[in-house]
Ligand binder design. Structure first.
Ligand SMILES: [Ca+2]
Ligand SMILES: [Ca+2]
Ligand SMILES: [Ca+2]
Length: 275
């Protein structure tokens, strides 16, 4: 299993938190806030350089506070750009982010990414999963931890008192998109794309949103303690979460027929040798 850590200085991140971020926003991702990229499928991962500063990969500072109901594809300015996620094997890639507590609530982020198939096989499905930990320690995010693919007010999620009465916010907006797959099973903690194909050497673009809660008494039991971030005094300042991405190869009908053909040919040869 390949392991390629991306350097992150928590001290620096916290300085950003204390200096540039207003205290009224919810949990946030910070610039450079990626702890590791790992997984047997890993080829390469590049982030979109928002600031033009290549020493600060990752995430732009939060621009819109709160778990807003963004309906348009580009309304949400809280964006994470994954310029290139290259798979060299049909196996998962885990990207682990750090989120810092600022306010009770959630901040909605829009992820935009380009995924390149360098696996030598064609894909028929692709899944994006939210969870905690990486590799063998990965566990999928649950229904009550408030971390989800923009389903804050649906699918049995917990939401602040009164919001359900007001019917706000409407979630699953904007609808996630893919340039290769026509069908999406949109669940709270996993997006499963199918009905399409990404051939070897081709790329596919995805957009999707997630709601980022802070870590508080409301969801502490749901987020594994190993993923909490503590300050020098032992106070919770945030947590780590993981975006796991997994392609799924499908055998070509022609490849299957080809294999059967080779099999028949072999049988024929064996029979011929016997005679
Ligand atoms: Ca969740
Ligand atoms: Ca949301
Ligand atoms: Ca939304």
């Amino acid at each position: 299993m390949q392991f390629r850590p991306i350097a992150i200085a928590l001290g620096t991140a916290l300085t950003v938190l204390g200096g540039a971020i207003e205290p009224s926003v919810a949990a946030i991702l910070v610039r450079g806030g990626v702890t590791q990229i790992i997984g047997p499928g890993l080829g390469a991962v590049e982030f979109t350089p928002e600031s033009g500063d290549p020493s600060q990969p990752g995430v732009d500072p939060v621009r819109d506070i709160g778990n807003n109901d963004f309906s348009g594809p580009d309304e949400n300015q809280n964006q994470v750009g994954l310029e290139l996620v290259r798979f060299d094997a049909v196996a998962p890639i885990d990207i682990e982010f750090v989120a810092f507590n600022v306010w009770e609530g959630g901040t909605e982020y829009l992820f935009k990414e380009t995924v390149l198939n360098n696996t030598g096989l064609n894909w028929g499905k692709f899944s994006i999963q939210l969870g905690f930990g990486t590799g063998r320690n990965f566990i999928q995010s649950g229904l009550r931890d408030r971390l989800d693919f923009d389903t804050f007010n649906a699918l049995g999620q917990v939401f602040p008192f009164g919001l359900e009465l007001a019917g706000l916010p409407l979630e699953k907006t904007p609808t996630p998109t893919s340039t290769a797959f026509a069908q999406l099973d949109h669940q709270a903690n996993i997006l499963q794309w199918q009905n399409g194909k990404v051939r070897q050497g081709q790329s596919v673009d995805f957009t999707f949103s997630l709601d980022l809660p802070n870590l508080s008494a409301l969801n502490q039991k749901e987020i594994p303690q190993a993923n909490w971030l503590l300050d020098d005094q032992g106070q919770i300042v945030g947590y780590k979460f993981t975006l796991r991405q997994s392609p799924h190869a499908v055998p070509e009908p022609s490849a299957v027929l080809g294999l059967i053909g080779i099999g028949l040919l072999s049988v024929g040869r064996i029979r011929k040798q016997k005679h």
